[in-house]
Design a protein around this ligand. Sequence first.
Ligand code: MG
Ligand code: MG
Length: 255
Amino acid sequence: MVEIKTDAALEAMREAGRVVGRALAAVREAADVGVSLWELDGVARDVLADHGAKSPFLGYRPSFAPTPFPAVICASVNDAVVHGIPTEYRLRDGDLLSVDCGAELDGWTGDAAISLTVGTPRPADVKLIEATQRALDAGIAAANVGGRMGDISHAIDTVARSVDCGMPPDFGGHGIGRSMHEDPPVPNRGRPGRGFPLRHGLVLAIEPMLMAGGRDRYRTGTDGWTLFTTDGSRAAHIEHTVAITKDGPRVLTLP
Ligand code: MG
Ligand code: MG
C-alpha cells in the first residue's frame, strides 16, 4: 500500500531526515585514513542518540538477509556496492567509501547515503562519485507532480549509461514513511511516462548505485549482506529521501 503523506507528515519527515543528514555529515567529517568502519558507526550512533532518534537499520532483517543488521550505518568500501557491515577495517589512503544511514523520529523515517574518498583520491573515483551525484540529481529533478515513476528511473539510468557504468538490476529506491521500505519501488532503470503516478505527498528514497566496470551484475559476500561488483571495479551509492510536492521535489535529508 502506498501512503500519501499529509503536509504535517512531510514536516515531521523533514525532522527525521535532518537527523540523517547530520549523522552523514559527521561521518564524512570523521572518515579518514586509519579510522575504522566500526568507529564511524559510533559517530552516527551518537548523532542519532543526541536527537532522540532510533535506527531503522539496527536489527533490520529483510528476506534476503541471513542475520539481523548489526549497525546503524552501512559502510561499503571500494568494490562493495551497498549493505556493507561496519567492521574493524581501518580506512586506507585512496579508499572509496559509501555510507548509508537511516533515522526514525516521532514515528517517521529518513534514509540517505553518501560516497566519499579517503586521503588521496583516485581521479577515477572522483569521476564515479560525481556521476552518481548527477544521476541522483537527475532523478530528483524528474520527481514532479504529474510525472511517472519511470521518469525518475529513466533519468537515473540515462546518466549511468552516459558514463558506461553498471547498476545492480534488482536493487533501487523505495517509498518511505512510517517504515524505511514502503511501496512503491523506485527502480534505477525504466521507461519515461510509465509506472506509478507521482503526486503531492508521495515520499521516495532515490538511490543510484553506479559500478565503474559497466556490468549490471553483483555478487553477495560471505556475510550474506554486502553486495560486491563481480569484476572488482569500484562502486558509488548516493541517496536522498525526497518528497514530491506541488512546489517541486523537496529533499528531506539535508543537514
Ligand atoms: Mg539508504
Ligand atoms: Mg534506501
